[in-house]
Write a protein that binds this ligand. Sequence first.
Ligand SMILES: Cc1ncc(C[n+]2csc(CCOP(=O)(O)OP(=O)(O)O)c2C)c(N)n1
Ligand SMILES: [Mg+2]
Length: 516
Amino acid sequence: MNGAESLIRTLVDAGVDHCFANPGTSEMHLVQAIDAVPAMRPVLCLFEGVCSGAADGFGRMRGTPAATLLHLGAGFANAGANLHNARRAGSPVLNLVGDHGRHHVVYDAPLTSDIEGIARPFSAWVRTARSAAGLARDGAEAVLATRVPQPVATGQIATLSIPADCAWGAAETPVAPMPVPTRAPVPEGRVAAAAASIDSDTVLLLDGAALTPSAQHAAARVAAVTGCQVLATTFPARVSQGPGLPPLAKLPYFPEQVQARLAGVRRIVLVGAEPPVSFFAYPDTPSSLVPDGCEVLRLALWQEDCEGALEALAAATGAPRTAPMLNSEQRPGRVTGDLDTRKAAAVVAATLPEQAIVTVDSGGGGAAAGPCQTAAPHDWLNLPGGAIGMGAPLAIGAALACPDRPVLSLLGDGGAMYTNQAFWTQAREGLNVVTVIFANRQYKILEHEYRRLGVNQIGARAASLFDLNEPSIDWVALAGAMGVQATRVDTAEALHEALQRGFREPGPCLIEASVP
Ligand SMILES: Cc1ncc(C[n+]2csc(CCOP(=O)(O)OP(=O)(O)O)c2C)c(N)n1
Ligand SMILES: [Mg+2]
């Protein structure tokens, strides 16, 4: 057995059985090892940002890592933006990066690069393998590193750089999986402090593991007895919603909206969340959006047992056993006429299948989140790191992690162009992913942000940086070229019909929704 095979067998034994790959020459022995170990499923992605976004989607849904296989520093760098999102999501991801054999590095051949230097800002754990015999242990430790709960911005990404000679050199056996630590419980004192002060002027702010169904139920019970408000952060990485779950409001996006939402709040209790901040800096807006004089208490940190903390808080506040107010199923009525974003959102809620996984990115998809809360039980995956181009790759990973669940991607036409290679992998793997492109033929949010500068007249040169017309992107042709069935719709009725057909028929499809 060589190092590569001992590594791949070690990963499979530890439950890592999907590899989103874009290999090159320095990874050929790893490819050979994947070929020799049928339990490892290789998934070819035609751009590394698709590999990393897919691994993020897989990790968010499965809770255990998928591997990526990337080609030296250049391949890793291409994966960067979606690794940034995966880091902010706290997703477990294992990057395997091939490097030149160590004897070759001194020659500074063209692809030579500082892999560790490129990997470090994205990774909680970075290592370069030092021997073929040690590669299996490196792999086992890398998997463990993805499973150790970390503070929010640290993330749970492990990057193992593998010099080619460590892959081809002789090795002995795989290494057994290492025990996985659980989340630390929250000290009783913090629960008592929160329970003593929580009242109707309090917001319980939830993120991360505080947004599981049972955590949401516990938070709703606390609200029932104390009168506090429950809010989620603006873009939680994963949130379960639907009939049977408590209604969940989220903090809005723009800073002045957050300030308005939190006006009069005297106490914020953080559960897996950080204190609210403005997404961006603006000349006349504070960065921190905690209201003046508002107290901030931390009940549970992101990496701690948020569910347990909310259960304990419910017990300490004498909350009722069950949450009183739960969403009941209520679908929007028939929507007709020319499409706009609001109508498209209603049609999405009208057609959402049970147990769907919804991935969003930039674009109008977020508008459907509210109406979908009463449509059908689902998981909603947001863009936690703000690096657009995540939604389509994320759908690949979600579909492979949960093959029995339908996946719906709601994507902006701008964001979807960053990683449109994802559609090819969706077709190649026959994934049940329905994509709706919100085709407004512009970077609408950027035009909005530009106007927020106080600009009334947008100059032609500035406007050209927000406009996606001329040439206008033909999504039906683009998807068709990659083997994905596609259709264009401009009315609510046609979108309704196309969504129903998309969910009914196996394999991926794409709907270009004209939303002027
Ligand atoms: C990686 C990355 N590059 C650039 C941006 C800046 N950016 C934010 S939104 C956006 C355009 C989004 O356009 P689209 O997806 O069409 O949504 P729309 O605003 O039209 O609703 C851009 C370029 C970003 N957030 N991330
Ligand atoms: Mg757009």
